[in-house]
Design a protein around this ligand. Structure first.
Ligand code: FES
Length: 120
């Protein structure tokens, strides 16, 4: 269960410190959000943020694998879309929340609770 109200932005430091193709966990204690948040630097160079707890069982998605535009759960391999949080493969059925993430002067800024804007 997650909060519904956006929380103050969190400065995650220089974006250059996050290697492409990897996921990182930002602790709930840091953001004030109800769940840890998985931050992904995808292979396309973009940054994405999703609730860290898999919607199937209590497993940390940031321990999983970045595969193209998905984050794959390390337990049963459901692949969650980085843009929407929707699981594209079973066994998970429920989306995980997305969070807005932006760059400001080369620094990575996480906006906990603000959903990722829809892309055109
Ligand atoms: S715990 Fe994530 S798919 Fe089962």
């Amino acid at each position: 269960m997650s909060s519904t109200e956006p929380l103050p932005p969190v400065d995650l430091g220089p974006a250059a410190q996050y290697p492409e193709g990897e996921a990182f966990r930002v602790a709930a204690e840091t953001t004030g959000w109800d769940d840890d948040i998985a931050v992904v630097h995808a292979e396309d160079g973009g940054f994405y943020a999703l609730d860290d707890t898999c919607s199937h069982e209590a497993v940390s998605l940031s321990d999983g694998y970045v595969e193209e535009d998905t984050l794959e759960c390390p337990m049963h391999a459901s692949a969650f879309c980085l843009r929407t949080g929707v699981p594209e493969t079973l066994p998970a059925l429920t989306p995980v929340k997305t969070h807005q993430i932006s760059l400001d002067g080369g620094r990575l800024i996480l906006h906990p609770g603000a959903p990722r804007p829809a892309e055109k």
